[in-house]
Structures are given as structure tokens and as C-alpha cells.
Design a binder for this molecule. Structure first.
Ligand SMILES: Nc1ncnc2c1ncn2[C@@H]1O[C@H](COP(=O)(O)OP(=O)(O)O)[C@@H](O)[C@H]1O
Ligand SMILES: [Mg+2]
Length: 468
């Protein structure tokens, strides 16, 4: 389109310039011819052939052109090159002066065929190899009548050549501009579309389940933002995908272990029908414990999955966190006492809270249970509650074994246990803390752990009161 319009423009432009050049030239010739026609009129009247001949030859010699003089019938009286003498000269320019009474006519025509120049046709349809000449005709008038026509023929090749030259140059410039425009628009469109193509490829990969694809951040500011957003989305999806796989494999593993233990024991019972009664009871008790473990894991998993589905609703009510701490202490006291541990409550009631009672109970219970579980016999667990601003501040602190620094970042991960063997012994699933964190986050709060190996651990929870 661009090329085509440039070509058309170049045609029009050189046509216009050509017209202008010819016009200039013809108007000059017209004036001179008019003067000559006036000068020759008396000689024509007096039929002074010598004077006519001399005047015309002079003019032709001066201008390097050819002059013809016809009578009022269109017959050539004098031709400076002598070819047309005595013949009729019925070219349109002469005819229209003689029949229509015009004073002057002019044209540019092909020297050979006599065909008149049509600038736009010449320029658009190609060039003829022939040469051009301009025709300028002027009436010779005396006694108020047209007595003859003076015709000036002069070569117009130079003008046409310069018109063609101009056209060539303009075309060349336009072709260059058009090419540049095309190259530029091609490059520009590639620059604009290539990031989009990259994104499309990335999305296609992703839809096939490959979340590792990233796109290069380039292009305009908006494109770069889009690419950035895409990358962070695919990064999140990738981690999500990995953690989901991890979760499934961990869960399967956790479920398989008790099942394997149970299978061995059941098989023993089946293949040793005459087993000692006490041993049989021990086996059955172990199986019962494994079933409890399985059931715990499954219910923990269910809790987690339910919270993941995002449509969990908090059953908020007015409650006293201090009261929940006391209840928890009451429930866990027997186990702690059995281990010779002390649970100390330091509760300065933060006032009423608007929250989910059973979920917060689960939070406190899990934290204190862990403290009791992992602290050695005779240890101390301290549960303190205060209010900071609009938040309840709960700390469960023990003087147990603590958590090694390198494990600290992971203890809220699903299935993560510092000491796998010991934790299983104590019946842990490794899901407790991740559930706790989810529950705290559901309440808009946050939880963190501070611990020093050998000295003890503190779990610090802040939860908005949503009240007063
Ligand atoms: N008070 C604590 N003292 C020492 N280690 C702890 C304490 N609380 C949690 N942990 C460590 O964090 C791990 C994760 O805890 P949790 O998610 O409750 O799983 P578990 O089912 O093993 O109790 C535990 O296995 C334990 O190693
Ligand atoms: Mg636990």
C-alpha cells in the first residue's frame, strides 16, 4: 500500500512539474510568436515573399526551431526547412485557429506520429522512445481577418528528458522512502509482536503443565509489566505445583508407614494362631494405636484441605482467649504432670475477642501440646497472654531441647519434623504447626518461632481482637 501510494504520488508530482516546465516554455514561445506574427502581417499583406522568408529564417535560426506559414486555407506558403511548401497542413492547432477563430493554440506532440502529449499517460504508461516537439500556432491577422497561421515547431526533448529525469529521481527517492518505511514498520511490528509471541509460547507451555517457562522482560513498559506479571505467576504456579507434589508424596508416605506396620502385625496374628495371649493383646493394642495415628493424619489432612479450599468461614463469636488458655492447660495438665512438667499461666486478659472459638482452641492446644511433647521430663512450659494495641499477644515458651537454627524456617511446613524418629514415637504427623499457622492467618494474625538449641523454644502469636 505504501509503495503503491508513493508510486502514484511520484507520478503526480513529476506530471505537475512537467506541466509547469512546458507551460513556462510555451508561454515564452507564444509571446515571441505573437510578436513575430504581428511583424510579418504587413509583409503577408503585401505578398512580400522575400521579407517573409527573411523574417522567418531569422527567427528560426535564432531559436533553432522550424517555422511554417499557412494561408487562410491551411496551405503552407513557407516552410523554413522547405518540406511542406504548397501542401495542406491540417494539424489540429492550425485547424482550430482557421475554423474556430482562436488567436493562438499550442501543444506538445510526438515528432514522428504527431500524437499529442498527455503528460499523465506518458508518466504512467511508460515512455516512448521517440522525440517530442512543441507546436505553437498563432493567427496572422490583418484587415480584421485571419489571413494565415504561423506555426512554430521546436524540439521539446530537453524538457521531456528533464521531466523524465526528475521522475526517475523522485521515484528513486520515494522507492527508498517506501523501502525504509516498510523495513521500519516490519521491524517495529516485530518489536511489538515478539514479546506477545513469547508470552503466547509461555502460556502454551504452561497449559501443557510445564510451569518452568519464563519469558524475557522486554518491549514497552506495558509489555514489560505483562511479562513480569506472567513470570511471577508462573513462578508461583511452579512452586505450588512442586509443593502439591511434595504434599501428595509426603501424605502417601505418612499413610503407608502405619499401614505397613499394621500389615506385619495382622499377618503375625493370622499365621500364628497359637500366639501367646499377652503378645496377641500387645499386637492388637499396637494395631489400635496405628489406627489412631492414621485417623489423626487423615483428620489433619482434611483440616488442611478444607482450609486450602479458601471457602472456610470463621464462626466468630465473643470469647475470652484467657479462658481458652485455662481450658487447654486443664486438658493437658494430666500429661504434663505425668512427665513431671509444670505449665505456668501468666494471663493478663486482653479483653473480649471476636473470633472462632474452636479454631483458636486448636491453635493453643497444638502449641502447648508440642511444648509438653518435646520438652524433657521436669521441664517448664509458660503460657503468657497480653494485649498490644488491638491485638492479643500469646507466647508459649518452654525450656525444652529447642529447634536447630537450620530447621527453624521449615517447622511450619507440612509434614516437617525436626527429629522424624522421635516425633513418630510421640505420635506426631508434622501437620500440627502448619495447621496452626493457617488458622492464625485466617484470623488475620501471624505466628513466629524463636528458639535456641538446648535452651528452649517460644511460639509467638499475634491475633487482632476485632473488638473495641
Ligand atoms: N516446642 C517445641 N520444641 C521443640 N521442637 C518443636 C516444638 N514444637 C514443634 N517442634 C518441632 O517442630 C516439628 C513440627 O511440629 P508439628 O507441626 O506440631 O508436628 P508434630 O506432629 O511432629 O508435632 C516437630 O516435629 C518438632 O520437631
Ligand atoms: Mg504437633
Amino acid at each position: 500500500m505504501v509503495g503503491l501510494s508513493f508510486w502514484a504520488m511520484s507520478g503526480f508530482l513529476s506530471g505537475m512539474v512537467g506541466d509547469y516546465l512546458l507551460e513556462e516554455r510555451l508561454s515564452a514561445e507564444r509571446t515571441r510568436l505573437e510578436t513575430l506574427a504581428e511583424r510579418l502581417a504587413p509583409s503577408l499583406r503585401e505578398r512580400d515573399v522575400d521579407a517573409l522568408d527573411e523574417g522567418m529564417q531569422d527567427f528560426a535560426g535564432e531559436t533553432g526551431s522550424r517555422l511554417l506559414l499557412t494561408d487562410s486555407g491551411g496551405k503552407v506558403q513557407l516552410d523554413t526547412v522547405g518540406i511542406e511548401n504548397g501542401r495542406l497542413y491540417p494539424i489540429p492547432q492550425v485547424v482550430s485557429i482557421l475554423t474556430e477563430g482562436q488567436g493562438q493554440t499550442y501543444a506538445v506532440r510526438d515528432t514522428e506520429t504527431g500524437e499529442e502529449l498527455n503528460m499523465s499517460r506518458v508518466l504512467f504508461m511508460g515512455r516512448t522512445g521517440g522525440s517530442w516537439e512543441s507546436v505553437c500556432a498563432s493567427a496572422v491577422v490583418f484587415d480584421s481577418a485571419v489571413q494565415g497561421v504561423l506555426v512554430l515547431l521546436s524540439p521539446a526533448d530537453t524538457i521531456m528528458r528533464s521531466v523524465y529525469q526528475l521522475q526517475d529521481r523522485v521515484l528513486l527517492v520515494f522507492a527508498a522512502v517506501a523501502a525504509a518505511v516498510m523495513v521500519f514498520s516490519f521491524v517495529f511490528s516485530r518489536v511489538v509482536t515478539s514479546p506477545i509471541a513469547g508470552l503466547t509460547r509461555g502460556i502454551k507451555h504452561m497449559s501443557k503443565g510445564d510451569f518452568s517457562s519464563r519469558v524475557k522482560v522486554k518491549g514497552s513498559r506495558e509489555m514489560a509489566q505483562l511479562a513480569d506479571a506472567f513470570n511471577s505467576m508462573s513462578e508461583k504456579l511452579e512452586t505450588l505445583d512442586q509443593s502439591r507434589n511434595q504434599f501428595v508424596s509426603n501424605a502417601s508416605h505418612e499413610l503407608k508407614t502405619p499401614l505397613a506396620t499394621m500389615k506385619i502385625m495382622v499377618e503375625s496374628l493370622v499365621y500364628q494362631p497359637d500366639m501367646d495371649k499377652d503378645l496377641r493383646i500387645e499386637f492388637l493394642t499396637d494395631i489400635d494405636n496405628e489406627i489412631d495415628r492414621l485417623s489423626n493424619i487423615v483428620s489433619d489432612l482434611l483440616t488442611l484441605v478444607k482450609m486450602d479450599s479458601r471457602d472456610v468461614k470463621l464462626q466468630r463469636e465473643n470469647l475470652s482467649l484467657a479462658e481458652l488458655c485455662r481450658e487447654t492447660e486443664h486438658r493437658l495438665k494430666p500429661i504434663a504432670t505425668k512427665k513431671g512438667q509444670k505449665i505456668i499461666l501468666a494471663l493478663s486478659d486482653p479483653g473480649e475477642m471476636y473470633a472462632d472459638k474452636s479454631k483458636l482452641t486448636q491453635v493453643i492446644y497444638n502449641l502447648v501440646e508440642n511444648a509438653v511433647k518435646y520438652t524433657q521430663a521436669g521441664g517448664t512450659i509458660r503460657v503468657s497472654l497480653t494485649r498490644t494495641g488491638h491485638e492479643a499477644h500469646l507466647v508459649v515458651k518452654d525450656n525444652g531441647p529447642g529447634i536447630p537454627r537450620e530447621n527453624l524456617p521449615h517447622i511450619f511446613d507440612r509434614f516437617y519434623r525436626v527429629d522424624k524418629a522421635r516425633s513418630r514415637e510421640t505420635g506426631g504427623t508434622g501437620l500440627g504447626l502448619s495447621i496452626v499457622r493457617q488458622l492464625v492467618m485466617l484470623h488475620g494474625g501471624n505466628i513466629r518461632c524463636e528458639s535456641e538449641e538446648g535452651k528452649g523454644s517460644s511460639f509467638i502469636v499475634d491475633i487482632p481482637l476485632h473488638q473495641g
